[in-house]
Ligand binder design. Structure first.
Ligand code: NAD
Ligand code: IPM
Ligand code: MG
Length: 362
């Protein structure tokens, strides 16, 4: 198949981890006879430096015209002055909003080879398989912001329609899994959460009688997530709670560098990015873990291009490399770490081997 993929490298380790995923996508295309047209565009701090804008109009237009977008990360100390008028993160938020990507899927499936890197006891982690559906274009991130000399405010707002569509997405996902959704809110305090709970309850009851829905307050959810992670199948929550809970959930897997994400809306274009940031503390050293971005490329193949078998092959290849003990510095014992390039080379070598997925012929 032919596909136009926009690559937004961004800042910090963004160019390093996207380079890894691009090599993997090119290798898969060559191996299975696809034609992927990869086009790079600036976003974030790099775009501010080049043009003064964190999301240049040409970048947004290229994304809108593409089949899928692969992003590294944005931000960094260079652009983090609290008095700065434009910030890299605004570019990412504008991109998500501009593409209408209201559902951010963040799967958490700890891999046997990396369990040792998790601070959680291994017997609690075996069999953990959850997916967090984070609302991505509403809530406090996008509400009106005010600032005066003596105070500041960020409005948190959700409409019924915004809650309905993301809860629907979560329930649909649950149907293809274990049929269980936990909706996370702060309904004991926040009016937006009381609306969230009401709408989630109605959508699940009226449209998904085969799916069980439970509610959990976000503070105790932060505890349950590490105390009984096997209990969760699909978790649906609002924008900021989802942001925080998924960085926490990454420690079930062993590192923030491992988790991928897919951001989807009603349109054809999806955005695929690791859940981590630009990691300024390790940027430029060639040691970042590219797994989150490579696995995001697998989600791109599956969700935007419909290449389920290729996606599964790529996921198998990453798992095999981790199984073989090729681990980057965030996961490896001291002195035994693979660089980003070595990890990527190992995935490429693995992709050269036969892939045990029914639909693909080797
Ligand atoms: N989607 C995004 O573009 C995104 C996401 C989160 C944070 N950010 C931005 O990134 C900047 C830094 O934020 P932060 O330091 O709070 O979070 P971060 O995710 O960049 O880093 C947190 C810690 O995790 C480590 N880490 C992250 N990704 C890793 C990887 N792939 N391999 C190995 N280690 C990894 C980092 O070295 C750091 O110690 C900020 O400007 C923030 O706004 C961007
Ligand atoms: C960089 C920032 C705007 C972003 C978010 O909060 O959504 C990041 O933390 C993420 O998880 O993708
Ligand atoms: Mg985050």
């Amino acid at each position: 198949m032919r596909a136009d993929i926009v690559v937004l490298e961004g800042d910090g380790i963004g160019p390093e981890v996207t380079a890894a995923a691009v090599q993997v996508l090119q290798a898969l295309a060559a191996r299975y006879g696809h034609q992927f047209e990869l086009q790079r565009h600036p976003i974030g701090g790099a775009a501010i430096d080049a043009s003064g804008e964190p999301l240049p109009a040409a970048t947004l237009q290229a994304c809108q015209r593409s089949d899928a977008v692969l992003l590294g990360a944005v931000g960094g100390p260079k652009w983090s002055d609290p008095k700065a008028k434009v910030r890299p993160e605004q570019g990412l938020l504008a991109l998500r909003k501009g593409l209408g990507l209201y559902a951010n899927l963040r799967p958490v499936q700890p891999h046997a080879a990396t369990l040792g890197a998790s601070p959680i006891k291994p017997h609690l982690l075996a069999g953990v398989d959850m997916i967090v559906v984070r609302e991505l274009t509403g809530g406090i991130y996008f509400g009106d912001k005010q600032r005066s000399a003596s105070s500041a405010s960020d409005l948190c707002e959700y409409s019924v329609a915004e809650i309905e569509r993301v809860v629907r997405r979560a329930c649909q996902l649950a149907r293809g899994r274990r049929g269980h959704v936990v909706s996370v809110d702060k309904a004991n305090v926040l009016e937006t959460s009381r609306l969230w709970r009401e709408v989630a309850t109605r959508v699940a009851r009226e449209e998904f009688p085969d799916v069980t829905l439970e509610h959990q307050l976000v503070d105790s959810m932060a505890m349950h997530l590490i105390a009984k992670p096997r209990a969760f199948d699909v978790i649906v929550t609002e924008n900021m709670f989802g942001d925080i809970l998924t960085d926490e959930a990454s420690m079930l897997a062993g590192s923030l560098g491992l988790l991928p994400s897919a951001s989807l809306g009603e349109g054809k274009v999806g955005l695929y990015e690791p859940i981590h940031g630009s990691a300024p503390d390790i940027a430029g050293r060639g040691i970042a873990n590219p797994c989150g971005t490579i696995l995001s490329a697998a989600l791109l193949l599956r969700h935007s291009l419909g290449l389920d078998a290729e996606a599964a092959c790529l996921e198998q290849a990453v798992a095999a490399v981790l199984d073989a003990g090729v681990l980057t510095a965030d996961l490896a014992p001291a002195g035994e770490a693979a660089t980003t390039a070595q990890f990527t080379a190992a995935v490429l070598a693995q992709l050269d081997l036969p892939c045990h997925v029914a639909e693909l012929r080797d």
